[in-house]
Design a protein around this ligand. Structure first.
Ligand SMILES: CC(C)(COP(=O)(O)OP(=O)(O)OC[C@H]1O[C@@H](n2cnc3c(N)ncnc32)[C@H](O)[C@@H]1OP(=O)(O)O)[C@@H](O)C(=O)NCCC(=O)NCCS
Length: 177
């Protein structure tokens, strides 16, 4: 999408009108993303901006996963049995006005690049996320798989834990150029 900038959230950004259709994600962005980033240092939010208008956001944090949950059996065998460093995609939302225009995909591409930077500087086996029911197909389309043996919710609205390993991330970023 032309002229789309992805940059860090700033204190002065106006977040009040953001609406992606999931009230919990809107509330998080409006009320908690700032303090989590600037005061508590729990997570960092990246925003997709066009003409000074915030059209989407992705919040990332350090994460970890256990070997037994890694979906690829071959990879699972090669990994040690202690908590593995990962990048957690904690929240993702695109404003309703701008859904279906590639902004979610652009934010994910950015998150995948962050995972490669984490790999190079800190260590990272991949990206983990808890997909909302309506977003599982979106993550499927981007190559994510369901984590194995992680208790999936049984109630309507429960999230599905999903994972994209660092080799697939590297290949996807290389292919995108
Ligand atoms: C899910 C969401 C982030 C997708 O962002 P978006 O900007 O609308 O998606 P994009 O335009 O980048 O779509 C990228 C691809 O995913 C597909 N896609 C988008 N939303 C999808 C969905 N809900 N299910 C299946 N596929 C989806 C698109 O068709 C597109 O496919 P293509 O590359 O083959 O053309 C956005 O719709 C949203 O904010 N939804 C409400 C909140 C939410 O569910 N967040 C995720 C929480 S886990």
């Amino acid at each position: 999408m032309a002229d789309l900038e992805i940059r860090l959230l700033r204190r002065e950004d106006d977040r009040g009108a953001f609406a992606c259709g999931e009230p919990a994600l809107d509330r998080f962005f409006q009320h908690y993303a700032g303090q989590n980033q600037f005061k508590l240092h729990l997570a960092v939010t990246w925003v997709a901006v066009r003409d000074m208008d915030i059209l989407g956001y992705a919040t990332v944090a350090g994460g970890s996963l256990e070997r037994r949950t890694v979906p690829d059996a071959k990879l699972r065998k090669r990994l040690p049995d202690y908590p593995l460093p990962a990048l957690r995609l904690a929240r993702l939302g695109v404003d309703r006005r701008a859904q279906g225009l590639g902004i979610g995909k652009a934010l994910i591409r950015h998150v995948l690049r962050l995972a490669l930077a984490q790999r190079d500087h800190v260590g990272c086996v991949g990206v983990v996320t808890d997909a909302k029911p309506d977003a599982v197909a979106f993550y499927d389309g981007l190559g994510f798989s369901r984590l194995e043996g992680v208790r999936e919710g049984v109630l309507h609205g429960d999230p599905t834990p999903m994972f994209l390993d660092i080799a697939a991330i590297s290949a996807a970023v290389d292919a995108a150029g």
